[in-house]
Design a protein around this ligand. Structure first.
Ligand SMILES: Cc1cc2nc3c(=O)[nH]c(=O)nc-3n(C[C@H](O)[C@H](O)[C@H](O)COP(=O)(O)OP(=O)(O)OC[C@H]3O[C@@H](n4cnc5c(N)ncnc54)[C@H](O)[C@@H]3O)c2cc1C
Length: 224
């Protein structure tokens, strides 16, 4: 599915400020001019294929246009759904990091004491548990709003922004507790950390979610 600006007269809704319109198009993979070269040498989400989507003079029949999704509400509602999942998924990655780290700190002995018995380690674990708990409660609260049909896009922005940012901070802090072992694939922490770097960027970058919240709070749109 490709969301693209369409010309006047295509029955589309105006996009404010762009002078154009947005429609969804189904582009069969074999369409002449379409290619999806794989992006190699990734440091994040290495187990999945990520492709560049190239559309070079692609021509489609009118039937390729999604009939009902006209205007930005179509792509934005798809994004709101995907971002909602990320609000939970990011906390899952953080929980795995913290579980791994607590287990490691209990087993690892330094100066004849478990690493878990040192105050700084406990302070790190306590702070991470707080952020994990707050983010999980936020996710559950947004889920309850969704069930009640009252979830608004900017609330999903707040959840995505906060939970991915905090999950990444937890993964980085967990990596410090694991010491040199933290940079290996023996533990899942750095894998989660690198994958969360993609999550920080896709489904709306952190900066763009800040702008969404900034617009809602101030009434001023700082982006177009
Ligand atoms: C693994 C992976 C999978 C992806 N899968 C998909 C997919 O399935 N479908 C899809 O459509 N896209 C996908 N993306 C693309 C992703 O949505 C974009 O990378 C993302 O929207 C950022 O766009 P960009 O990379 O062009 O960065 P740019 O738009 O060039 O942004 C660069 C930096 O500038 C900041 N910036 C941009 N505009 C503003 C502004 N107005 N004010 C302040 N700061 C700004 C951004 O936040 C970012 O920090 C994927 C990306 C990755 C990494």
């Amino acid at each position: 599915v490709v969301w693209a600006g369409a010309e006047e007269g295509s029955g589309s809704t105006e996009v404010p400020g762009s002078g154009g319109t947005v429609r969804g198009f189904l582009v069969p993979a074999g369409t002449p001019g379409f290619s999806a070269p794989e992006i190699r040498r990734k440091m994040s989400l290495r187990a999945s294929v990520t492709s560049e989507l190239v559309l070079d003079e692609v021509r489609l029949p009118a039937s390729a246009m999604l009939p009902e999704a006209a205007g930005l509400s179509g792509p934005l509602s798809c994004l709101t759904e995907a971002r909602f999942g990320i609000v939970f998924g990011s906390m899952g990655a953080a929980r795995d990091c913290l579980d791994t780290t607590i287990g490691y700190a209990r087993d690892r002995e330094i100066f004849d004491r478990p690493l878990a018995a040192f105050q700084i380690t406990q302070a790190k674990i306590a702070d991470m548990a707080l952020e994990l708990g707050k983010g999980t409660l936020l996710a559950l609260h947004l889920g309850a709003l969704k069930d009640a049909g009252r979830l608004r896009p900017e609330q999903v922005s707040a959840g995505k922004l906060n939970n991915v940012r905090e999950a990444l901070a937890i993964a980085r802090e967990c990596r410090t507790v694991l010491g040199a072992a933290g940079i290996t694939l023996e533990y899942p922490v750095m894998r989660h950390m690198n994958n969360l770097e993609s999550v920080l960027t896709y489904e709306g970058t952190s900066e763009v979610h800040q702008l969404v919240l900034g617009q809602k709070l101030t009434g001023e749109a700082a982006f177009r």
